[in-house]
Design a protein around this ligand. Structure first.
Ligand code: FES
Length: 378
């Protein structure tokens, strides 16, 4: 019995810290310490949003490299509001699930037998083992450490060798839910709001909360149209996550020099940028009909959704770039490709992916920089 009592006492320790899902990041030392948070806030105060864009200067390097600033922005940027974490094809059928990590928060998203989507902290309520990894299909989640088993609704179904333990109420040890919602083909999480398991999904306010006033513009441009999922590719990049965002948001400034092939197929004079509350939309027209190919179409739209999600819609294609911070100087970018179903053939797909490879993998450093490359056929 003594062997059992020790872990159970830890259970209650975890329970008390997990009452508020927002407490998990603190428990996992996500938040900056008081002094480093103070330093980070001092850095933020250097930013004056009232300065006109014509007089703006590049943010200080500390915003891109200082560990305390990184911890501060995880708390203030990524643990608040809606965050894109995947797409609905990953949980297309009952019992499908996928897991991931945002900052120091491990999460899992699943679809239960009834088709209901739910999300939880991917942390066992016993001794906080990671519960599942990767993605796939499961009818329940069994902890690899001591075998506690949870249903896809998060309820604790079985606590191994628990008989004889007093005052243990299984209902109190379900997985901690995370607020989850769907917009178009995208799965979103919100770690900012406390929820009860039974009201886990909120679809009413999602468009305005996530996209502000431009959700209709994105709809009209086919961002939420039913395309077929093609594949995923992932790249680890040795830079702060905002460097990738800065590049994306430079209004095509780098395109004539860094992407000469792409530039030759675009009418760069038509480049426009429209800024909304949480979204920036860049668009550009394709070149002449003779030079158009299906990676460009007649018009390309590049939507950046604060803080780290990009949607590129062009011709019959859509690809999304999800930028996941891995530290002050490292990030992971996840590309998901979608295509009009009638045009899904291997030659077209291989051609498109080959072009993307040239953007990410310069000839000399191709093998070093591509640390993880995966292609999963839909
Ligand atoms: S950590 Fe013990 S069952 Fe999960």
């Amino acid at each position: 019995m003594s062997l059992l009592l020790k872990p159970i006492s830890r259970v209650f320790l975890f329970q008390s810290n997990f009452q508020n899902p927002r407490a998990i990041p603190n428990f996992s030392s996500v938040s900056a310490s008081c002094s480093s948070s103070y330093e980070a806030q001092k850095m933020v105060r250097q930013f004056d949003p009232k300065i006109p864009i014509e007089q703006a200067i590049t943010p200080p390097s500390s915003w891109y490299a200082d560990p305390s600033f990184y911890a501060f922005e995880l708390d203030r940027v990524f643990y608040r509001g809606w965050q894109a974490v995947g797409h609905t094809q990953q949980i297309k059928e009952p019992n499908d699930f996928f897991s991931g990590r945002l900052g120091n928060v491990e999460f899992l998203v699943c679809r239960d037998d009834d088709g209901k989507i739910a999300a939880f902290h991917n942390v066992c309520r016993h001794h906080a083992s990671l519960l599942v990894s990767g993605s796939g299909k499961k009818s329940c989640f069994t902890c690899p450490y001591h075998g506690w088993t949870y249903g896809l609704n998060g309820a604790l179904r079985k606590a191994t060798r628990i008989s004889g333990i007093q005052d243990f109420i299984a209902n109190e040890f379900g997985l901690i839910p995370i607020k989850v919602a769907i917009w178009g083909p995208f799965v979103l999480l919100n770690m900012d709001k406390e929820i009860l398991p039974e009201d886990n999904i909120d679809t009413d306010q999602i468009a305005s909360e996530w996209l502000g006033s431009c959700s209709e513009i994105l709809r009209l441009n086919g961002v939420d149209s039913p395309l077929t999922y093609v594949c995923r590719r992932e790249y680890i990049i040795e830079c702060n996550w905002k460097v990738f965002c800065d590049n994306y948001l430079d209004g095509g400034y780098h395109v004539p020099y860094a992407h000469k092939g792409l530039a030759s197929g675009l009418t760069l004079d038509s480049y426009t940028t429209s800024i909304f509350e949480k979204v920036s939309i860049q668009s550009v027209e394709g070149g002449s009909k003779e030079t158009q190919d299906d990676r460009l179409g007649s018009k390309a739209l590049y939507a950046f959704i604060y803080p780290n999600f990009m949607i590129n819609r062009y011709g019959p294609w859509m690809d999304t770039n999800l930028l996941i911070p891995l530290g002050p100087r490292k990030c992971l970018v996840v590309f998901d490709y979608f295509l009009e179903a009638s045009l899904k053939d291997q030659k077209r797909i291989a051609f498109r992916l080959q072009i993307m490879e040239t953007f990410f993998c310069r000839p000399k450093s191709r093998e070093e920089k591509r640390t993880k490359l995966s292609l999963r056929e839909a």
